[in-house]
Design a protein around this ligand. Sequence first.
Ligand SMILES: [Zn+2]
Length: 212
Amino acid sequence: MIMKLLKPTIKKKFQVYRSVDGVLRSVEINNIAATGYRIINLQCLQKHVSEITCHAILCDKAREKAISGAVPIILESQVAHFGLAVILAAKCTGCGKKFHFETSPKLLNGGTRHYDINVRAVWGSIVSGNGLAHLNEQLASMDSPTMAQNTFSVIEKEINQWWKVMVEEEMSSAIDLEKKIAIEKNRYHEDIPSITVICDGGWSKKVAQALI
Ligand SMILES: [Zn+2]
């Protein structure tokens, strides 16, 4: 199913940013109308609401707008999206001051700079047995921005590395514990501490059919 998610406007510009390796790069930004649905971190929302509220209280022109029944702060557009993380632009209709809001914090631990929501989305896709196509289908149905293949792949590789390290630590610790118990209970096989392992059998249906 293909849905037209966002309405591009004629505004287009480049945003310059410093990448992880320290090099300045630029990315083309399509200024998109702020419609549909977005997942927003509640602490980010609190920060944005506080900023807007403080401005609306202190700005004479914004107060005049509010008193006359007009909207003092409008959500103007979505200036960029990086997967599910979105940068929104709002504007004071009184003085014209612009505000930029991110919908997700960034993960700054472990050398990664990904948006938290993107890491969570990829993690959820992996553990639920789905992939990028399922995730994007779900997001498109929800009228939300989708994730690019490159973003998904980069995060997926990092998560795999995290899991590899954690599983190795867990397995090593479990082996040490089982060895200690085997020695305490004097269980050895050819002079090596041993444990009894009970296995259940299984086979791949397709391979079994091929062998018959
Ligand atoms: Zn203002």
